[in-house]
Design a protein around this ligand. Sequence first.
Ligand SMILES: Cc1cc2nc3c(=O)[nH]c(=O)nc-3n(C[C@H](O)[C@H](O)[C@H](O)COP(=O)(O)OP(=O)(O)OC[C@H]3O[C@@H](n4cnc5c(N)ncnc54)[C@H](O)[C@@H]3O)c2cc1C
Length: 396
Amino acid sequence: MDFAYTPEDEAFRTELRDWLSTSVAEFEHEPVPEIAGMTRQYARRKAWQRKMAEGGWAAINWPKELGGRDATLMQNVIYSQEMAKAKTPGIFNTNGIWQIGPMIIRWGTQEQKDRWLHGILYAEEHWCQGFSEPEAGSDLANLRLLAVRDGNHYVLDGQKIWCTTAHYAKWGLFLVRSDPTAIERGAKHEGITALIVDLTVPGITATPITDIVGEESFCLVTFDNARVPAAYRLGNEGEGWLVAMGTLTSERVGTAGLSITMKSELDNVVEWARTHNPGALADPELRDRLARAYTQIELTRLLNVRALSKVLKGEKGWPEVQIAKLQWSHLAQTLAELQVDLLGPAGLLARGGPDAVDRGQWTRLYSYQRYTSIGAGTTQVQKNIIADRAIKLPRK
Ligand SMILES: Cc1cc2nc3c(=O)[nH]c(=O)nc-3n(C[C@H](O)[C@H](O)[C@H](O)COP(=O)(O)OP(=O)(O)OC[C@H]3O[C@@H](n4cnc5c(N)ncnc54)[C@H](O)[C@@H]3O)c2cc1C
């Protein structure tokens, strides 16, 4: 390993660990506020993010003057590790803190920063991201949600799909097609504009879609003559691709805590199996899968370390970052299957049932983790990139 933590990094870790050790325990005893139209889980996330923001820990990558900590890459790694160890609740504005906020900081006018950043940080209003469309997912630049300029407004018509929590969101960052001729000209990355949209204005409907586990986690969002102020545009007209990708591609190794979370979850299920299905731990086939899973978790940790080491030396995290994405989705699904099998018949008891083990979360994850093959770039598309750029396979 060719990196070390500086005294500043160690001080950062100590301060965070101290804050978490009191705050997580405190939070467990705080009542979850009831919020109309919001699940208990999201109401809890809202309260936790607010607490994090008050402690100065919600948006470590934002500048200090905006409530962040100007965190370095190593501090991001430490943050990810400590959050995983402390088993913190999730936050309310994941998109807002990690993607949309940084886009506003990088591209927004002073007025836009003043209007939106505080609300994102303190979880006052929920934010969603509207990129995918029925005909634009992996091929995102094919997006066609039409935005026609009309005086001081854009008039929006079309659809976005799979927008996570759009039904809770007041605001969203949407990519729209402001120049429809760009696709015909064979220049589809041009003519895209980034707009911040108030989802409560007339003409916008967010319809929840039931997902594989029966929850309503994402939405189809339809726009029918919806008027969005031109003052809500982020960056110049036609530069939406740059606005979105410039921020998304900034190199991060935020998955450092993943192996810690996975190992702790696996340990946890082994404990549940001791109580509910002890025979499983003597089964040679399950023991073999368990050993493989622990080995794969360690491999995931080492992949992240190697990517980090490269980035610290000023090299690209390539191809380790892409391989780590594939490894994560493979392992998340392998673990979910193993965990259900370890619990035996009890592993089939679904959420909500009185006898469900650990609130039925393992049965839920068995189906839910399928999403890891799709989100953050599908498995096939990641493999295409690796084949093309790392292995340099010939193109047909
Ligand atoms: C849980 C979840 C949350 C999401 N949240 C959001 C959100 O908040 N906002 C948002 O905008 N989007 C969101 N998405 C959408 C996500 O970004 C897209 O699903 C993803 O980009 C894939 O696009 P698609 O669904 O259109 O599939 P497609 O791109 O149509 O792909 C369909 C299949 O074809 C394969 N394929 C596509 N192109 C190629 C190729 N060139 N070579 C080989 N195979 C190929 C894919 O791998 C896949 O198996 C979410 C998705 C999920 C699962």
